[in-house]
Design a protein around this ligand. Sequence first.
Ligand SMILES: O=C(O)CCC(=O)C(=O)O
Length: 318
Amino acid sequence: MKNLNMFDADKKKISKKFEDSTSLLKRPEELRARAEKKGYLFFKHFFEPEKMLKLRREMLQIVDKFGYLSPNANLIEGIADINRINRVPIQQINENGNGVPLSLYKEVQKLQSFHTITHDPKLKDLFRILFEDEPFPHPRNIARIMLPHKDAKPTPSHQDFLHIQGTEHTWTCWAPLGDVPMSLGGLTVLEGSHKAGLLDVTTGHEGAGGLETILCNLGYEWAGTDYEIGDLLTFPSLTVHKSIPNKQRDRIRLSIDVRLQPISQPIEARSLLPHGPFTWEELYEGWEREELQYYWSNISFDYMPWNEKIRWQKEKLC
Ligand SMILES: O=C(O)CCC(=O)C(=O)O
């Protein structure tokens, strides 16, 4: 039975706008202090827009090949053929949490340009400052091509530690591939929630990841922004975050999420596997840059075993 004296922080509106930390990139102490206080960092126009736009185009070419784009709009706009998409069973859209059927996602995962982003020297410099250690980019990069299917649900409130494990000092980098105003359903962060520890989860959510973090009586505020191409949001793996609903009926929201951790911290072995039921061998087909393949094979990691218990579901009482 629900406890009426409890409120659900999941239902709170977004009340804060992300603070831009670009000016702190040259002031390491202050950058680390802000990360510790807020549990996220946001950088306006961090990545070169041309690079992100090129990746957007490559991904949309794949979406087009599968026949999900409107023939009446420019490819780069990412306007969906909504009637065609709504005929795809929602189970296929939800299968891997990427907003598209697996056959399409596999083509995206094969893009060398997609897997290059996490090796961006500017990104690694940022994490060298934050970690005060050498950053290790996980190869398990994720793309979201969130087709506006009539039954699609936004990603529920969650902490990434549930899905990544290893060290709590793994940071997620979320970057839009295209402008993502709030109406298109970007990512929001529960500011300061990394200090709440690992929270219980409940189930029954159809959005990406499936597990919803229980936010009964949590006293934090949601922060968000109207993202523009090149922006970067990053946060450690205990920060609660979720996506908001896409209210633009026919537009596809494209984004990537990639992860880095201090190289000396423990890692869970799945972080070295592809995202999806694929093998590196098949994904690497046709790549030109060998140095981006199996780049972790000579690193002696401290492996942390997977703990299924933290994913056991509880009843949400608010
Ligand atoms: O983009 C999304 O909808 C989900 C992304 C996410 O939860 C993450 O990057 O951890």
